[in-house]
Each structure stands twice: as structure tokens, then as C-alpha cells.
Design a protein around this ligand. Structure first.
Ligand code: SAM
Length: 414
């Protein structure tokens, strides 16, 4: 959501949501008790601390405006409201210098007063020094999702779509959108993880290169990958005997099972075993254990941060058998060159051989994403012929070879 990024970037002084309700429940807007209950429940829902009592006084010089006016100080500013009895309408303002989700506030308010219609306006009030940027240019946040790229400021991806699921887990916010252009979309902490229309290109390419190179990939681990896409692809390999998935957040797996059947189908395979803990901790107890480890994590911000450090790569190395392969999500050579360079140096200090390859994913930053192919023994260009169970839409031997051919400007990063 665009607004949250203004707060993350420190440019927002506060967020004002003005909610106009029409055809409300006449009893509710005429009851001081109900209006005070609304304030209590709203503050709890959007995690605002009330400061002093809720004031609700009924007055009005002319019929048109007669009704209750409400005011509630909060530690991070103010909630106010005017309830016009003649037209059963209400005009509520929520202003806070602490971030809250304006859509959640709007939905709750409409439901509480049983309004038939709602019109809302969202305004970011900016820090004095922040660039003046007319928010009005930004399509209504109710119908659009924005990803302002965390690792590469100044670029946003806007996707028209409706949010159909929202959960704040102990690790991240989890959202599912139904989008016009890309079908269902999974978003974690405001970052697009996958969309129904192009996830195959990512999941086939994070899995099949390693499993077409390793001669006997019997035990394979995915760290992250809670959407199920990577294990759906691994399950296409008959020579894999055990598929382990370790995702720190069970709520992602639950959301995938409910809303993303096209990737969650992977969970049904009998060889799959799911663990929920930090991948960093999970590996510690498993030495010389896996043939292939695929790190399909979120970006190096939030819970994924621990999965991009030298100590983690050392744990992966020790957890792999003598001829093991690690594949890890390694961002975009167009947007994250320094980050990739730094990470490559870390991996090269631990693994004898490392390649970078990439795939095309229109909904990822710069439309592509890369992977590290870190190997104790095998070269990625010795590809085995294999008969798989199920179809492929992206991976082929030619694509495999081409993916390792880097553009001139990127050769140096290795
Ligand atoms: N395909 C996506 C991408 O490339 O951005 C990532 C897919 S998957 C949804 C990312 C998963 O990594 C999430 O489900 C998240 O819970 C998991 N994750 C993040 N940090 C983790 C950690 N330290 N240990 C295990 N799983 C982690």
C-alpha cells in the first residue's frame, strides 16, 4: 500500500482518513453510548491509544446539522465525527502520525454504523522537508496495490486489484489480492511474492536447473517457499524421495492453501514434510544431510534477513552432502548489483563454485530475478535428460543453458 511506504521512508507527518457515511442506522448515530463504543473498538482495531475520555455532545443550531459531535484525543493525534440526524449521515476523520490501515478503518466504520454507502478520502500530511508530490495523482488505494521497491527507492509497481485476504502474523503482513492483469497475487510486508500469471517462470527456474544437474537428488530442502510453488516443481522429479519445506511462517502456508491452489497443490505430495521455524535454526541440526537446498525466501529485509549472511551460507554448506547444490534467490542484476556482488563474495568464500542465472518474471522489480547456483562439485552446464511427472511451461534444456549466459554488464558481478 503506497501510504505505508511514505511512513517507512519517514516522509509522512501523518495520515488523515475522512470517511463520509450515508444512510446509517438512525438509532446508532443518535446514541452517545454507541458512538463511544465505536471509538473504543476502532482504536483497538487500528492499535491507537485513546488519550482522555470520548466527548460526544448533541447540538446544532439548524436542523440540517443537528446531531452528535464526537471528539477523541489519541496519543498520536485525533478522531472526530459529526452525525447529522436529518439525513442519517456521518462525517468521521481519523488523523494519526502513527501508521494505520485506512481501508480497515473505513470498512469497520461503515459496518459499525450500518451505512449503505461510504465515500472516503485519504491524505498523507508530509514532513516539512518532504518533496511535494500531489497524492491525488495516485489512483484510489482501495482499487490499487502499490509496491514501492524496498531495495531500490524511487520505483513503484502499481497493480489494479482488490485485497481478498489480510493477516498480520508474528513475522510479516500477509495479503492476497485478486488483480485484473495477473490473477491472484501474494504480498508479504508490501512486497509482491508471486502472481498467478507468472509464478511458473520463477518456480520452474528455482528448481529444475539443480534437479537436472544433480545425478541423485534424493533429499531436497526448500527454505521459505511457503506458497508451495517450489515443492510443486520438485514433486515432478521421480528420483526425489524426500521433500522438506521449512518456512518460518505457518500463516503463509495456510493462506496459500486457502487462496493459492495453483501453488499449494505442491503440499499434497506424499513425499512432502513441512517444518515451521527459522531456516537459520533448522539447518543447525542437519549436517551432511541434503542433496539440494533451495532458498526461496523473501528479500533481505524482515524475517528473510538472516538468510543472506555468511553464517547462513556456512550452515547450508555443512548441511549439504559432499556433492550438494545450493540455489538461492539472488535479486535483479539491473536493480541490486552491489547487493548481489556483496552476496556473491560471501558465498564464494564458502562454496568452491558459484554461478548466477536468471529468469523473466514481469511482476518482479525490473521484470527479472536471478538465482545463485552454488555447487560443491557439479557444473550447471552438464544437464541430464530426465522424464518428469507433469508439464513444464518455462524450463527446457535451451532455457537452462541460456539462463547462465549473462549480459556483458553483469559478467563482472561474478
Ligand atoms: N518467491 C518469492 C520471492 O522470490 O520473493 C518468495 C516466496 S515465499 C512466499 C518466501 C517465504 O520465505 C515466506 O513464506 C516467508 O515466511 C519465508 N521466510 C522468510 N524468512 C524466513 C526464515 N528466516 N526462515 C524460513 N522461512 C523464511
Amino acid at each position: 500500500m503506497q501510504f505505508i511506504d511514505e511512513f517507512k521512508a519517514g516522509r509522512a507527518w501523518g495520515l488523515l482518513t475522512s470517511i463520509d457515511l450515508f444512510d446509517c442506522n438512525p438509532k446508532k448515530i443518535r446514541s452517545a453510548k454507541e458512538i463511544k463504543r465505536y471509538v473504543r473498538e476502532l482504536c483497538k482495531l487500528i492499535d491507537m491509544k485513546r488519550y482522555g475520555p470520548t466527548i460526544a455532545i448533541r447540538f446544532g443550531s439548524e436542523e440540517r446539522v443537528k446531531g452528535y459531535s464526537m471528539m477523541q484525543l489519541i496519543e498520536t493525534s485525533l478522531i472526530s465525527g459529526h452525525f447529522a440526524e436529518q439525513t442519517n449521515s456521518a462525517y468521521i476523520d481519523i488523523f494519526s502520525c502513527k501508521y494505520y490501515d485506512p481501508i480497515i478503518a473505513e470498512k469497520f466504520t461503515k459496518k459499525f454504523f450500518e451505512a449503505k454507502r461510504v465515500e472516503s478520502y485519504f491524505t498523507i500530511r508530509r514532513m516539512p522537508w518532504a518533496r511535494k508530490q500531489k497524492l491525488a495523482e495516485i489512483p484510489n488505494p482501495r482499487d490499487w496495490f502499490f509496491e514501492t521497491l524496498e531495495l531500490n527507492r524511487g520505483v513503484a509497481l502499481a497493480v489494479k486489484g482488490k485485497r481478498i485476504y489480510y493477516k498480520k502474523s508474528p513475522y510479516q503482513t500477509i495479503e492476497v489480492y485478486k488483480t485484473k492483469a495477473f490473477g491472484k497475487m501474494l504480498v508479504l510486508d508490501g512486497v509482491i511474492q508471486l502472481t498467478e500469471s507468472d509464478e511458473f517462470a520463477y518456480h520452474e527456474m528455482i528448481v529444475h536447473p539443480a534437479l537436472h544437474v544433480h545425478p541423485k537428488p534424493e533429499r531436497v530442502l526448500v527454505i521459505g517457499g511457503g506458497d508451495g510453488g517450489a515443492i510443486r516443481e520438485i514433486a515432478k522429479h521421480r528420483d526425489v524421495k524426500e521433500i522438506h519445506l521449512c518456512d518460518i511462517d505457518e500463516e503463509v502456508v495456510n493462506a496459500a492453501k486457502k487462496y493459492l491452489p495453483f501453488t499449494a497443490v505442491g503440499f499434497k505430495d506424499k513425499r512432502v514434510k513441512i517444518f515451521h521455524e527459522d531456516g537459520f535454526v533448522f539447518l543447525d541440526g542437519r549436517k551432511n544431510f541434503y542433496d539440494v537446498i533451495i532458498v526461496d525466501s523473501t528479500d533481505p529485509i524482515g524475517p528473510g534477513k538472516t538468510l543472506f549472511g555468511s553464517r547462513f551460507y556456512r550452515l547450508v554448506y555443512d548441511s549439504l552432502k559432499g556433492d550438494g547444490i545450493m540455489i538461492n534467490q539472488l535479486e535483479s542484476i539491473f536493480y541490486h548489483k552491489e547487493f548481489i556482488g556483496k552476496t556473491v563474495r560471501k558465498i564464494k568464500r564458502i562454496f568452491p563454485k558459484l554461478w548466477y542465472y536468471y529468469t523473466i518474471v514481469p511482476t518482479y522489480p525490473s521484470g527479472m530475478i536471478g538465482f545463485g547456483f552454488a555447487s560443491k562439485k557439479y557444473s550447471p552446464l552438464k544437464i541430464r535428460n530426465k522424464k518428469l511427472k507433469g508439464k513444464l511451461k518455462y524450463y527446457s534444456k535451451e532455457i537452462h543453458k541460456a539462463a547462465f549466459a549473462l549480459p556483458k554488464f553483469a559478467e563482472k558481478i561474478l
